[in-house]
Design a protein around this ligand. Structure first.
Ligand code: PGA
Length: 243
């Protein structure tokens, strides 16, 4: 089964208006003709979706948001609906990132947002992953299984899973190749044969090749190393031609 790898940058709360030129910068480093075997996605702070969408031109770089509200519209000060994000240029939306789960987002919240995203024709990227305490207690699979069961609507077809062990995010620590392989195999048994399962957590040029070559790893969700186009392009170059 060949799945086109997805290399996704999560900019979190970083950037400014000048970052609208980053898709062109990335394209100069790795032109579309050299990356037909993979998809590249940038998820900026939502306020920069419009300028990035205006400037991405023919770069074939997808855009995504970092969350969405579960309602279409209404009295929800400070929130943005999936339709608005789609209107602003997003094709994907990250949902249930561990930084949001840590701030109180539950599986049920994530599921409601996933449903809203699908209605707005955004492809949801649902993040799952265990804490260090949970891994050390031998509960990693149990935790991920519960998150998958609670966050995915039953009839979901087109979506991406990002497995991000919480202890590996922004820490410089990555899971061992063996741990990644076994967790991704476990997730594969719970999703479609064609669902992309990304790995996330301190992915960088130095470890990308090994991670991206792991069975059932169909791309990466990248935080820190996705802010600079040089490192993002290096990671993208490490993606195998079909995984
Ligand atoms: P990191 O972040 O690559 O900086 O560890 C990954 C993420 O949070 O998606």
């Amino acid at each position: 089964m060949t799945i086109k790898p997805l290399i996704a940058a999560n900019w979190k709360m970083h950037g400014n208006m000048s970052w609208r030129n980053k898709p062109a910068e990335f394209n100069a480093l790795l032109p579309t003709a050299e990356r037909r075997h993979l998809d590249v996605l940038i998820c900026p702070p939502a306020v920069f979706l419009v300028p990035l969408a205006d400037k991405r031109g023919g770069t074939d770089i997808w855009l995504g948001a970092q969350t969405c509200h579960d309602q279409v519209s209404g009295a929800h000060t400070g929130e943005m609906s999936a339709d608005m994000l789609s209107d602003a240029g997003a094709e994907y939306v990250i949902l249930g990132h561990s930084e949001r789960r840590a701030a109180g987002e539950t599986d049920a919240d994530v599921r409601a947002r996933v449903e809203a995203a699908v209605k707005a024709e955004l492809i949801p990227m649902i993040c799952v992953g265990e804490s260090l305490e949970q891994r050390e207690a031998g509960q990693a699979e149990e935790v991920v299984e519960k998150q998958l069961a609670g966050s995915l609507p039953d009839d979901l077809t087109d979506y991406v899973i990002a497995y991000e062990p919480v202890w590996a995010i922004g820490t410089g620590k990555t899971a061992t190749p063996g741990d990644i392989k076994s967790m991704h195999a476990f997730i594969r048994s719970r999703v479609w044969p064609t669902t992309r399962i990304l790995y996330g957590g301190s992915v960088k040029p130095a470890n990308a090749q090994e991670i991206l070559a792991t069975e059932n790893v169909n791309g990466a969700l990248i935080g820190g190393a996705g802010l600079e186009m040089e490192s993002l392009a290096e990671i993208a170059k490490a993606a195998p031609k079909g995984s």
